[in-house]
Design a protein around this ligand. Structure first.
Ligand code: S3P
Length: 424
């Protein structure tokens, strides 16, 4: 895809519905009793993989006019799939399903695409085995993963990494044990699972970084309206900041505190980002108003990292246009995302003549000089493809983005939305 620099972004948009919340809505509605109804569900390939898996597990799920209807029959109603559960490119589907399938009374095998086959699964396999799960990964760490459902026991587990996928897998498994499961997080990660389990009538208590799952409560079907994904909004936020003459409103973006690190960091870099129409609730949301701003480099590390982990490629682009040095540290998890995002961003930013160096746990970017268009690879990673598109819109000269189709996993309408607000 050829991309040329543009004169500005102006107008009002909504962005793709939240991916993390969409996955969880299907999973919890599938093990709840009664009908659930999900509006503004993300029809991206990742979330469709989750729907396909739960259909194979015997759950009645219907998509009508963009809304999802799920007829749940309770915690013990899932059925043996009788075929492979294919999770595509989706780490969330793969890891959360490990936790949910381990305590069932049937066996199942999970596998995904080439990227999923490279992603570490031992982080879920190990604690689930401590709970008594009969689960085995290929070479101990990878998909295909085979799970022979069995009765589990509670554990107290200190997570070695701040990962919401790991935490959520253990929470889902914990819903099926007799006693209380305790999970201790090194740093706070997104808490959508905890909130939604409670929203369905479950009982999870959280004290600082300690999550306690009280099993035994039946979950009941709910109506869920999913807000826009701040991780998808991130590309438009950064684009509006670095492209001159831009002012946009992004309506109805999810503003859960465990996800808003990008706003905090960009504001510290000098960004104008205002929040209007704030709607409080289980998952708060609001409109973001973003204007072109002159940015400066900052240090990004410590406990903010899990609050913006998926936004780091977009932030690296912002850093390329920010005066001075941006240091991203404590972000080694970037190496095990849909691609190795440290390598990916270092390689692609260098093509744009940005001064950048990778470290063992992040990137050092010296920004504020001319950024040049080039031919960029997507690394078959949606967030790399969208980040480099944003860079290309603000760079000098023409760029080409290879394999932009990989964006479909999280944001099928990305380019349509971009065209809506582009001033040429
Ligand atoms: C997600 C958690 C994060 C994030 C991913 C979605 C989730 O991964 O990077 O895109 O929905 O729980 P980790 O749990 O591996 O940190």
């Amino acid at each position: 895809m050829e991309i040329n620099p543009i004169k500005g972004l102006q107008g009002t948009i909504t962005v793709a519905p939240d991916k993390s919340i969409s996955h969880r809505a299907i999973m919890l509605a599938s093990i709840a009793k009664g009908k659930s109804f999900v509006s503004n569900f993300l029809m991206g390939e990742d979330c469709l993989s989750t729907i396909e898996c739960f259909k194979k597990l015997g759950v009645s799920i219907e998509i009508k006019a963009g809304q999802i209807y799920i007829d749940g029959k309770g915690k013990y109603a899932l059925k043996a799939p009788g075929q492979l559960l294919y999770t595509g490119n989706s780490g969330t589907t793969t890891r959360l399903l490990c936790g949910l399938l381990a305590p069932q009374s049937f066996s199942a095998t999970l596998d995904g695409d080439a990227s999923i086959r490279k992603r570490p699964m031992k982080r879920v396999i190990e604690p689930l085995m401590k709970m008594g799960a009969k689960i085995s990964g290929t070479n101990g760490d990878y998909t295909p993963i085979t799970i022979e459902g069995t009765k589990l026991k509670e554990i107290e587990y200190t997570m070695p990494v701040a990962s919401a996928q790991l935490k959520s897998a253990l929470i889902l498994a914990g819903l099926y044990v007799q006693g209380k499961t305790t999970i201790i997080e090194p740093k706070l990660s997104r808490n959508h699972t905890e909130l939604m389990v409670n929203g369905f009538g479950g009982e999870i208590t959280v004290e600082n970084n300690i999550i306690t799952v009280n099993p035994g409560k039946e979950l009941f079907g709910q109506e869920i309206e999913i807000p826009g994904d701040i991780s998808s909004a991130a590309f438009f936020i950064v684009a509006a900041l670095i492209i001159p003459n831009s002012e946009i409103r992004i309506k109805n973006v999810g503003l859960n505190e465990t996800r808003t690190g990008i706003i905090d960091v960009l504001r510290a870099m000098g960004a104008f980002i205002a929040i209007e129409n704030f709607r409080d609730g289980m998952e708060p949301s609001g409109d973001l108003i973003v204007k072109t701003s002159s940015l400066h480099g900052v240090e990004i590390g410590g406990k903010v990292i899990p609050r913006l982990i998926d936004e780091l490629p977009a932030l690296a682009v912002a850093a390329a246009f920010a005066e001075g040095i941006t240091l991203i540290k404590d972000a080694e998890e970037l190496k095990v995302k849909e691609s190795n995002r440290i390598d990916a961003m270092e390689t692609e930013l260098k093509k744009a003549e940005v001064e950048v160096r990778s470290t063992s746990d992040g990137l050092i970017i010296k920004g504020g000089r001319i950024v040049r268009g080039a031919e960029f690879e997507s690394w078959n990673d949606h967030r790399i493809a969208m980040s480099m598109t944003v860079l290309a819109l603000a760079a000098e000269g023409t760029s080409r983005i290879k394999n932009p189709q990989c964006i479909r996993v999280s944001y099928p309408d990305f380019f349509d939305t971009l065209h809506l607000i582009t001033r040429k």
